[in-house]
Design a protein around this ligand. Structure first.
Ligand SMILES: Cc1ncc(COP(=O)(O)O)c(C=O)c1O
Length: 395
């Protein structure tokens, strides 16, 4: 987005879209750390509440600093509208809750982040919404589940932690035929490497806590969609239920977008080098990374992604004991369930992020006791490889 006739390229937008300088002409974006706004007179307040002007009213509805973050992310995603939320889970929940009613159906892929699975498996059914999980990689299962009408379809691609992909255009077509909107959690791909709206999705959500912040500082989320959906469904729900983002977090996240592509490009390249190294290691049974020649859905990755992300999932020898020996032996990589950070992180999904799933469900997803997930950071990749080698020697 630009004031001139010449459209800017994505990296320029990441630094400058949404910038709205105050009368003080500050270089960096200002922080409007306020909850309310004042009006010159009663008529102006009345007009604002009637929606007759675009004045800010109250920061639960909107705030100038939050708008900078929203506009910058919307420009990158090429979405008509974006609304920032307090967390990624607030984005997931509100994007579904704003549109579904008792008696309607939601269909989702089984391979979801644990809290997303909980929302669909436990919370929505309490309100009379029928939910059904399918193997996201199996188009026949999607077809069977979407033979009956549905209101929303929810999926994550690549999935956490096994990095399974879902064929987004194919599922979008089936979802639309069933009367459903397709909601995609695009956290693992990042807004740089996969554009769900171009692939046929209706709504994209992010946990901005991950790559967008990228420095482990603050929680945040975002919902992006066209103006019709946002005006009719999302914004009334958002204004009155309050999942809004703090202006301070929006400021941090807007600044983080300026360096997103530089960080993610480095992390992504390093993650592929590390995945290749792990694949050749005798103590590693299996490695998943969409950039590897051995990745089972390599062709689909090439069709719908322009990069492969920053995560590497591996199964080490020795089950849980082997996995813990590696994690406990790492000297640089920290044990943490977060991802997308400048610091490399490792987690054991079976006992943390996915411990709530039954052992059978974990087995279906391939999350064995030996599986560990690495989020590759910004350290020198060779130091990470050396760290992994010394930790794997303990298995
Ligand atoms: C794929 C995915 N979706 C959603 C979330 C939820 O984000 P947040 O922790 O910001 O609420 C996470 C976070 O762990 C995630 O990994």
């Amino acid at each position: 987005m630009t004031d001139s006739d010449r459209p800017w390229r994505p990296q320029t937008n990441l630094v400058r879209a949404g910038l709205s300088r105050s009368a003080f002409r500050e270089t960096s974006e200002a922080i409007y750390m306020n909850s309310g706004f004042v009006f010159e007179n009663g008529a102006q307040a009345e007009a604002a509440f009637k929606g007759e002007n675009d004045a800010y009213i109250y920061s639960r509805y909107g705030n100038p600093t939050v708008s900078v973050f929203e506009e910058r992310l919307a420009t990158l995603e090429e979405a008509e509208m974006c609304r920032a939320t307090a967390t990624g889970m607030a984005a997931v929940f509100s994007s579904l809750a704003c549109q579904v009613r008792a008696g309607e159906r939601v269909v989702a892929s089984r391979a979801l982040f644990g809290s997303c699975h909980f929302v669909i498996d436990q919370i929505l059914p309490r309100w009379g919404i029928e939910t059904e999980f399918v193997d996201g990689t199996n188009l026949d299962e999607w077809q069977a589940a979407l033979e009956k009408p549905a209101r929303a379809v929810f999926l994550e691609s690549p999935s956490n932690p096994m990095l399974d992909l879902v064929d987004i255009p194919a599922v979008a077509e089936m979802a639309h035929a069933a009367g459903a909107r397709l909601v995609i959690d695009n956290v693992f791909a990042t807004p740089l490497y996969q554009k769900p709206l171009d692939l046929g999705a209706d709504i994209v959500i992010y946990s901005a806590t991950k790559h967008i912040d990228g420095h482990g500082r603050c929680l945040g989320g975002a919902v992006l969609a066209d103006a019709d959906f946002m005006d009719e469904h999302f914004i009334p729900f958002y204004r009155h239920t309050g999942p809004s983002m703090s202006p301070f977090n929006a400021w941090v996240l807007a600044k983080s977008l300026e360096t997103l592509s530089l960080r993610v490009a480095h992390q992504s390249k390093a993650s592929l080098d590390i995945a290749r190294h792990l694949e050749a290691h005798p103590k590693v049974n299996m490695v998943r990374h969409p950039g590897l020649e051995s990745f089972p859905q390599r062709e689909l990755a090439a069709r719908q992604m322009t990069g492969h992300g920053t995560l590497v999932t591996a199964e080490v020898a020795g089950g849980k004991q082997g996995a813990f020996a590696v994690m406990d032996g790492l000297e640089i990589v920290d044990i943490s369930n977060n991802l997308g950070d400048a610091k490399s992180l490792v987690c054991h999904p079976a006992t943390t992020t996915h411990q709530r799933l039954s052992p059978e469900d974990r087995a279906i997803l391939g999350i064995t006791d030996g599986v560990i997930r690495f989020s590759i950071g910004l350290e020198d990749p060779q130091d990470l490889i050396d760290d992994l080698d010394q930790a794997l020697a303990r298995v």
